[in-house]
Design a protein around this ligand. Sequence first.
Ligand SMILES: [Zn+2]
Length: 322
Amino acid sequence: MQSQTHPALALGVDVGATKILVGTVDRGGRVHRSERYAMDRNSTEAALASLRGAIAGFLADGGTDGIVGVGFGLPGLTDSATGTWVNCTNVPIPSPVPLAAEMMERYGLRAYLDNDVHAATTAEIAFGVGRSARHFIYLNVGTGIAAGVVADGRLIRGALNYAGEAGHMMVEPLGVLCTCGQRGCLEATSSGGGIIAQAKETALADPTSSLYEAATSGRLTSTLVFAAADAGDAVASGVATRALFGLCYGITSLANLLNPEIIVVGGGVFADGWLLPRLQKFVGTYALRNVRRSLRGIVPSELLVDQVGLLGAASLAWEHES
Ligand SMILES: [Zn+2]
């Protein structure tokens, strides 16, 4: 099957709420070619047409020559055993889609799929921190919060392939209402979406806050909130402190529960560098002594932020085809 002139490649398909990134990745984690396509979320038919069109469009150049398998990183619930995208809320997938069977029928390629945070964690196992640690936690704090737990070199997938919903760990009694319907979830106060929502609500009630103008014009970001907190703004300080402490409690609890060697963090909320040193200090002080002894660090992911989804998708194929 393997071409003599080209290296063996996995086809990765990173599906997001607004875009689809398709690319070829070699066994060492090098992206050979990638293309970005739009995701049309107006209907189930439109979303699936976007996905099928993206793959067909990418393969129009060079076909399947040298491709050993396909990996899909998907939002929502996936069934890795049957290769099915089960359902999703932010892309209109109300009923199961048998993607692996479809790829075999259309292209004669074996396909593997998982949710996006499991895929990113598989990329860390194959190409990132997992090369130096067998027990680690991958934590992504972006618009939402999710985690991948790796024990003895293996991703913990859970009974329904749904393990890792760290954003819905409850960290505050009677806390902020979360998108899941419960109160006090980590995601409600400490995700990018949660920080912006909290800052908007409190800044709009206080015109003296330096965040007031950004709140009225919809330009709030977590970076703006952290910078205003450092400058002494009381509203920003309250929101940033609450976000920080949620993560401090959540991550310390995860570390105490799982005894990782490394905690690797990714996602846009870590990008400006405000959270990480504060988290490191808290966990380094308050985690159990033996947990601290074996924790080598809380470190940013070494994988490129705009590639991790694609690497994750491709690594699902490499997990089986290598
Ligand atoms: Zn929740």
